[in-house]
Design a protein around this ligand. Sequence first.
Ligand code: NDP
Length: 325
Amino acid sequence: MSKTIQMTTIGGPEVMQLIEQPLGEPGPGEVRVRHHAIGLNFIDVYFRSGVYPLPSLPSGLGKEGAGVVEAVGPGVTGWQVGDRVAYAGGDNGAYSESRLIPAAQLVRLPDSVSFELAAAAMLKGLTAQYLLRRTYRVKPGDTILIHAAAGGVGLMVCQWAKALGATVIGTVSTPEKAALAQAHGCDHPLIHSAGHFPTQVRELTGGQGVNVVYDSIGKDTFLDSLDCLRPLGMMVSFGNASGVVESFSPQLLSQKGSLFLTRPVLFHYTAQRSDLEQMAAELFEVLADGTVKVEIHQRYALADVAQAHRDLEARRTTGSTILIP
Ligand code: NDP
């Protein structure tokens, strides 16, 4: 038996119900993982609320977990009972004590990475990796703009980008979050209510604009973010915390300086096993050498996941959040 969060309908945090269900043995290519820690991510809110469609209902929720392999299915090679593993992606279902999962999605945890750190850093850190190293390759001398700079992805991006030699401008909603972002490599934290961020970005860059904007807020910030870019700059729209970006004509990108636009998703970047392994290795390296420090600012029991979602949606969290099964 495994305690697990189940949704029979999409909706508010209350639709997540803790149930107990039999799990069974892993099928071909699968393993059973007993979670020690589960990652909370904003994408879980999108699936719960219907911004992203679920393939079917009832459904589990959650994309990220860390724990120990408990059973290995037929045809699985390379994994044994007792292995320390983590994953970020695949079917929803991480909000559970144990789950069945394709072995191909697992990453082996080095001894230096605890279960809690893995659950706090895998999905957000692999995202920071591809944003900074693949979608737009940040180089010394670049200036970047990152929204939600004190959030889970935000704090990792600030530290990593700084270490790559970039000047980091970030937006946040409160002075406390500004101080936190600054302590994690954000050179210029901007508080939304204290000014018009495109104007402030122009001032900070001598009128030039930034090389790249990493925008996870979506609807509320998309157009203003375009105004922060220099000609030929890269707009990376990677989330919709405020709502989905509305339709517009590509003509806008030419008017604003032949801008590039991409709307990336982590799971496309990790679809090839070799990419996943290489990205995870790079992530574990920056975690081990202290380039990126991940602080778990919120911990909730799995049974309290509704409160965790309420806090995340109300912008009350900073850094990473984990659930303890
Ligand atoms: P965060 O910890 O960053 O939480 C979201 C933050 O967004 C809030 O704390 C808040 O920061 C800011 N925000 C701005 N407007 C709103 C709003 N209307 N409602 C709620 N929050 C708002 O979450 P994560 O680190 O889990 O994820 C960050 C973003 O990155 C999310 O949008 C997520 O979907 C996206 N993402 C995308 C991936 C991809 O591959 N495309 C992969 C991983 C994450 P503040 O109060 O300071 O403004």
